[in-house]
Design a protein around this ligand. Sequence first.
Ligand SMILES: [Zn+2]
Ligand SMILES: [Zn+2]
Length: 718
Amino acid sequence: MTNTILISDEQWSHIRRKAELSQFAAAMKLLRHEVEDYFARPVGVQTLPGGYYHDYFCPQHAVQLIFEPDSPTLHRCPVDGATFSGEPFDSAWRWSVNNRLAESALRLAVLWKLEGAERNRQSVQEILFGYAEAYDGYKAYSGWRPENHGVAQFSTLDEAVWSIPLAWSFDMVRSTLSAAQEREIVDRLLVPAADFLMARHFGGIHNFACWHNAAIGTIGAVTGRDELLDFAIDGQYGFHTQAREGILADGLWFEGSFSYHFYTVAALLLLAKATANLPDWDLRQHPSLAAVLRAPVLCAYPDGSLPATNDCWYFTGLNGDCCHGVPKAPAFYEIGNAWFEEPLFGQVLARAYRHGPRESLDALLYGVAELEAGTEEGLALPSVQMPASGYAILRTQPQGEALRSEATEHYVFLKYGVHGGGHGHPDKLGLSVYAWGERQSPDLGTPGYGIDLFQGWYRQTVSHNTVVLDGKSQPAGAGRSIAFRADGPFQIADAAIRWGEDTVSGIDAPTYGVDEEAPEVYNGAGMRRAVLAHGDYFLDIFLVDAGKERRIDWIFRNRGVLAPLGDGVPIVPAEIEGDGYEYIGDLSTRPALDSIALDWQFGKTGMKLFMAEMDGTILYAGPAPGNPAEDLQDLIIRQRTASRTAFVSVFHPYRDVPRIVSVTWHGCDLSGDGWAACTVEGPGNKDLWIVRSGSEVEVPPWLGDLPASSRFEYNLED
Ligand SMILES: [Zn+2]
Ligand SMILES: [Zn+2]
């Protein structure tokens, strides 16, 4: 008889008391429901291993087929009910069987620990013995497998994910097993699985490696094998190496996508949970664990959703799902809130539970009984720079809105930094805008692999709010911050990149789909973007130094529909060549004359874009894919042919009607005259802005005579 290791007897007593509390009623309800579903739709351990998860999709509709535990050879499409059988569907069905059995074993074991129903314990035992019996036979499977294949599951990643809940469930029921039974599970299932994962370890800095470590370490913890823990934690590519090299100094995982961030953090937390009761191996005090939970909170849109940077799922957020294959985000913060003295994590939970029930298994096992109540103000986060990732985020409160709130907060995100390895996008100096409770101009992230637009649109520069040269997507590059200011009369996010100098290297280098070497078009080209935010608008200055005459396309896309300008200038259909440009529908064009104010209308909100125009600028507009692709968003291109130019604009997100009535441009030739100036006028304010390209630049004296209620000056010197 060995007591449990992962959760001690004393901790179980505490959890049993919590299970009686109303705060955990939803978590208990879900747990019981999942266990009931297991018995209602039973399935046993299979004699053949699992296939490829991504094969369980309808070839015609690209949607996941309906997994029925009692239907191993007939698989139905949810769209039209068509059925599929044979390979690869039957193998892919077994992937879900393995997933269901492992996750069910954990839940059956937890409910048995809480309530003692023998049927639940018996089922855990059956699953574990079933796999102990079948595991060795899986090795002889001669069907097609990838190079990084698992034993019971398709890949080593799947194998790791599957083995962890099995190890947990074993630990929970082990006290009821005989010594021989325990040995059977340890020697024929758990240790062979860990040995296999060590032999096939990813051997680098990667989310796969973190999952391998979590599985090996968890099995090490429950079997008392220090060599497994040593490998998973202190090994060459163990926890400490992953944390040191994969987690950037600002707390974000290096791939620059919040989905992959949480996918990796899930594995790091699993290893920390597995070792929490082992004083020699306890990882909870490792500073990276609180940091990886804090960083996404600082970057979140005001409502708690997350910008879909790089290959990030668009749904990723702090209130619900944060990636496929891992618990919802609040489960992560239940652990963080229990382990770390960090009020922010409690606030994340308070907000999340206004959106959905507190029902995760982690809430039940780790959550504190009493959570703080949330406030109307929301999290009231500061503007922030994530210097290692290269994110600058400005948060402002609109004029006239006395109380700070999630519903009114404005948010601008300037992305300038590292590339993001295999999941990076060519989007340097791209902007995302959130305001009035909506993603106005969001980073689109990814719609999922396997559709044409994935590479053709979402991974091209033109789907981002930045600049494209000669229609070619940007190569990979890592820009740098020039200035960041979170307070004062206006906030500043100012960053630059020069391709050929600001290069990417090591794990940050792209693995596919993005040019690593600067193609000729960008070689030596430099760009700089300064966002100056004040109340409910921001000034945007985009400088381009292309080195020689190029077609320079300044891109902006906003949700909703662009209102007609109605100034009588004829608009004609057009075509432009460029990477991804073919996905912009119904493209039309007109010259841009003097100053132009565009207006996107999106529900009750909208975006006014005031642009200072120069001779020779051509405007293009057309609907472009959002995410999902059917969510069309009007995109505009300001096109100039030049070797150097500056695009100067004022963005004003509004609700109901724009508060800013006009922007008067006094000058905008920053790359020629060296200065730009405008007056932004709303009811009760005339804000005069003067931007110089260097402190030696003289501005006309009459600018000083202009009527203004406030004057703001910015100098673009480095
Ligand atoms: Zn179908
Ligand atoms: Zn992107």
